[in-house]
Design a protein around this ligand. Structure first.
Ligand code: UDP
Length: 328
């Protein structure tokens, strides 16, 4: 298939491009490089462009005539979304309207969307399945939930078939060491702990030790980037085989606390990490764990890198490359 990967120069998109190419697909990456890196796109065609630019989008579809679209291009910082909601609604929502309208005009009817556990808001129960109520707590989560609702409407009106994949905590790196997480600024726990281990940061701050969890720190469901991408590939194949639109929660179904992540990182890296206690971060639920049984059942998805150690080991290899200390 010919797959247009929007946001293919970013963290998850770049791993996806690599996997699609390895699976024999033709890939066109469309990315404005606002958060991604040209050298993270390991093959296929690359078009630098902005989703707000409808003409540029139209040209890409006219020239390449993709069979399917995967959409990874979005802003992802919850705190920033509260300060700058316009930025989030414009990029994550309005620009996605542009993308879907261009798809409709060119009769491209298969769409895979990067959604998020943030659409659920404060969990009423864990693990969180697809039937859990959706009450996003911030503009980031709302922008993603708005797109999910719009997709249902476009499906009914225009015959679009789509899959929404709600990521829990994406982490890890390409096991071959060619790609990894490169957010600027970095806000995610695992890369920050690893940067504290490699010496690129003086310490890791733990945001709250008074949560209702066994060690008092927040629990998250970390999912390896390769497992996340393999779910996209299965979703693409399902749509290609005539499967129905659907939404899937993606995680391992097992939670690890912030303290457990730090302990595992010290053990794996052999480095001692300075830990500083800090205030709670606004909007952090105590526990977010996925029930991904629908993805397993419908897509036949089997996570192959589910162990926290595997996730941290692969991310550590990448951190050592990035930090330039290959002998660490
Ligand atoms: N966290 C932390 N210190 C940091 C960054 C994150 O204690 O420097 C905590 C954060 O409060 C949350 C967990 O680590 O409980 C995972 O946060 P992350 O930003 O990686 O992902 P999120 O769960 O927000 O998507």
């Amino acid at each position: 298939m010919k797959v247009l990967v929007v946001g293919g120069a970013g963290y998850i998109g770049s791993h996806m491009v690599k996997m699609l190419l390895a699976d024999g697909h033709q890939v066109i990456t469309f990315d404005d490089l606002s958060g991604g890196f040209r050298d993270a796109v390991l093959g296929g065609e690359f078009v630098e462009g902005d989703l707000a630019d409808k003409l540029a989008l139209d040209n890409v579809f006219a020239l390449h005539q993709p069979d399917a679209v995967m959409h990874f291009a979005s802003f992802i910082q919850v705190g920033e979304s509260v300060q700058l909601p316009d930025k989030y609604y414009r990029n994550n929502f309005s620009n996605t309207v542009n993308l879907l309208d261009t798809m409709t005009a060119h009769r491209v009817k298969r769409f895979i969307f990067s959604s998020t556990a943030a659409i659920f808001g404060e969990p009423e129960y864990v693990p969180i399945d697809e039937l859990h109520p959706t009450r996003p707590l911030n503009p980031y989560g709302r922008s993603k939930w708005m797109v999910e609702q719009m997709l249902a409407d476009y499906g009914l009106a225009f015959g679009l078939r789509y899959v929404c994949l709600r990521y829990f905590n994406a982490a890890g790196a390409d096991p071959a060491g060619l790609l990894g997480e490169r957010h600027e600024p970095e806000t995610h726990l695992i890369p920050l702990v690893l940067q504290a281990a490699s010496g690129r940061r003086p310490h890791i701050a733990v945001f709250g030790r008074d949560y209702d969890t066994p060690d008092g720190t927040c629990i998250r469901d970390y999912i390896h980037i390769v497992d996340l991408c393999s779910a996209h590939l299965l979703a693409l194949n399902m749509l290609n085989d005539g499967g129905q639109s659907n939404c899937f929660n993606l995680g391992n179904g097992e939670g690890f606390s912030v303290q457990q992540v730090i302990d595992a990182t010290q053990r794996i890296t052999g480095k001692s990490i300075r830990v500083v206690d800090a205030e709670r971060r606004a909007g952090d639920p105590a526990r977010l764990v996925a029930d991904a049984s629908r993805a397993r059942r419908v897509l036949g998805w089997v996570p192959r890198h589910a162990e926290l150690d595997a996730i941290i080991e692969d991310a550590w290899r990448w951190e050592r490359t990035t930090a330039g200390h290959s002998n660490m």
